[in-house]
Design a protein around this ligand. Structure first.
Ligand code: DON
Length: 564
């Protein structure tokens, strides 16, 4: 199995999360008067909260959190990866920032195929060739230029201190670090801070001096401290050691891009989410539109009818995703058709809800004019009501598994999010074609769906999650949990999830996601159910009618809500 090592990482992550989930199922929502920050790590949440208390706005806090996560949550927090931010100002201005990685200039369509044209899938997952040109530092600088209020260096300072002085590992982290040692040793012949012979234990102090040096260069010189000079030279030297192709020119040419978010309605709510190169916003809106006419509230959470409607919508929307979604700078994505409420509802009205539709019978829509698991999310709301929903990733857990020697940070393996060959599933089983083929300078398609919900023109909810292909369906459920099933922030992220992505033709379920009687009824009607470990790690902040901020942190990990 070529994907074995990467799958092992995902499976290990899933099983350790499951234990946490059971332990923490009873977690309660927290309420804050002024500001709230929910991230995957308590120290990163506290960093963001301190910035807010010191008078920083939500963007300042987001920048500080992004850099802090690169230190305290190395499996997904990053400066060597990329991500997306959806932003809503207190006055209702909405925008989104694309700091997704790009394919290097030397990348080409068949770069992951052998001489017979068959995929060598380890190449897009493990090691240097798996890495796209990182976007996170450029993204943070861009966000700061437009909206930041505190000095840039002040936002880097907490991350520098955490890297230089170290921080105490959580139990989950120590276990993960130990599990990954052989993989890391294989890919990092010159060593890395995480590599050591003695097993890591809870409360061991993890110091990252090389990373501290890189963060200091970024603190002093902004993105030039990463994309040029010493850091760039270290990245290029690392590429040479491992047959990677990221060049100095790739680094100096990288730019983050502001994009018009996907905005649409679900009943009286406005949904604001990430546009391409994420498929997240389009697919999420299409899912919500597809189920809008059905009486979900009346049918109830986890009821047979609710699950059928959601799954049949997911099957169809993911078929469209595989065909029509890619980087809009390279491929003309039919956004308007994919998010046309009337079309999505007309399609659903023809669905037989008494029997599963085999996925082989579901084809991507044909539109006029057309021929044809590791990431992390955080939510922040400041005292003025500015809101940030940000998902950032290295792709797989610990990305390509390669630390840039001398610079101390991990490279992503985001290239696997391209379709390496039509019909060959990626790490998350997702299919793709021409729209998402590898091309130099192109951004690989994503499922990341940082989302903001408005009610009557006011901020209602900030929500998002990691989880590869399951991101979109998890955010879909998180939103319905609140809007239809009256859950609070914590219940909306804690409650068990299910997922269908067209192919493979099965419903992936977390423990407890589908009641026994519903399972039997679904199986009788042709649905295949597949039990798996946990799905995603969702964060949510809801603005209550009294103006308080209700925060929910996913119990599947060390996730934590801070605020004041
Ligand atoms: O951009 C994407 O859709 C994927 N690279 C996200 C990967 C992910 O969420 C893994 N997390 N568990």
């Amino acid at each position: 199995m070529k994907r074995f090592s990467s799958l092992l990482l995902v499976l290990f992550f899933i099983s350790s999360c499951q234990v946490r989930q059971n332990e923490q199922q009873a977690q309660k929502s927290k309420e804050f008067e002024n500001g709230a920050v929910v991230t995957a790590h308590p120290l990163a949440s506290e960093v963001g909260n301190t910035i807010l208390k010191d008078g920083g706005n939500a963007i300042d806090a987001a920048i500080a959190v992004q850099f802090a996560l690169a230190v305290v949550y190395p499996n997904a927090g990053n400066i060597g990866g990329g991500g997306f931010m959806v932003y809503r100002s207190h006055s209702g201005e909405v925008t989104s920032l694309d700091f997704r990685e790009k394919a290097p200039a030397k990348a080409h369509r068949d770069m992951y195929l052998d001489s017979l044209g068959e995929p060598i899938t380890t190449l897009s997952l493990d090691g240097h060739l798996a890495a796209g040109v990182p976007g996170s530092v450029a993204g943070m600088e861009e966000a700061h230029k437009k909206y930041g209020s505190l000095p840039w260096s002040a936002l880097l300072a907490p991350a520098v201190a955490l890297a230089e002085k170290g921080f105490a590992l959580t139990e989950q982290q120590a276990n993960e670090f130990n599990e990954m040692q052989a993989h890391f040793k294989k890919l990092n012949k010159n060593g890395a801070a995480i590599i050591r012979d003695a097993p890591w234990k809870k409360d061991d102090i993890f110091v990252q001096q090389q990373l501290a040096g890189t963060l200091k260069r970024i603190a002093t010189s902004g993105s030039a401290g990463f994309y040029s000079g010493e850091t760039a030279a270290l990245i290029v030297a690392e590429m040479k050691r491992g047959n990677g192709i990221i060049s100095e020119a790739d680094l100096s040419n990288y730019r983050a891009t502001w994009r018009k978010p996907i905005v649409g309605t679900y009943k009286e709510y406005n949904i604001i989410s990430m546009p391409p190169p994420s498929s997240g916003g389009i697919a999420l809106l299409a899912l919500l539109q597809s189920v809008e006419k059905y009486p979900l509230k009346q049918w109830g959470y986890q009821s047979d009818s609710t699950v059928r409607v959601m799954v049949e919508a997911e099957r169809r929307v993911y078929a469209d995703r595989a065909t029509h979604l890619g980087d809009p700078d390279f491929y003309d994505v039919p956004v308007a058709y994919l998010t046309d409420k009337a079309l999505n509802q007309a399609r659903m009205s023809k669905v037989n809800l008494q029997k599963a539709t085999p996925s082989d019978q579901v084809k991507a829509s044909k539109f006029p004019g057309y021929e044809s698991e590791e990431t992390t999310h955080f939510c922040i709301v400041d005292k003025e009501g500015n809101a940030v929903s940000l998902t950032t990733t290295l792709n797989g857990s610990y990305g390509a598994g390669v630390w840039v020697d001398g610079a101390g940070f991990l490279l992503n393996n985001e290239m696997d999010d391209f379709s390496v060959k039509p019909g060959t599933p990626n790490l998350y089983g997702l299919l793709g074609g021409k729209a998402n083929a590898v091309e130099p300078g192109k951004r690989m398609l994503s499922a990341m769906s940082p989302t903001i919900v408005e009610e009557n023109g006011k901020l209602k909810m900030v929500i998002g999650t990691p989880g590869g292909s399951t991101i979109i369906t998890s955010v879909f459920q998180g939103i319905l949990n609140v809007l239809e099933f009256d859950m609070d922030a914590q219940a909306s992220v804690s409650s068990p999830r299910f997922h269908h992505q067209w192919k493979p033709d099965r419903i992936d379920i977390e423990e407890g996601a589908i009641p026994e009687d519903v399972r039997k009824s679904l199986e009788k009607d042709g649905y295949t159910l597949y039990k798996r470990g946990s799905i995603g790690r969702m964060e949510n902040i809801i603005v209550l009618p009294n103006g308080k901020l209700q925060a929910g942190a996913d119990p599947r990990g060390d996730d934590f809500a801070a605020g004041y």
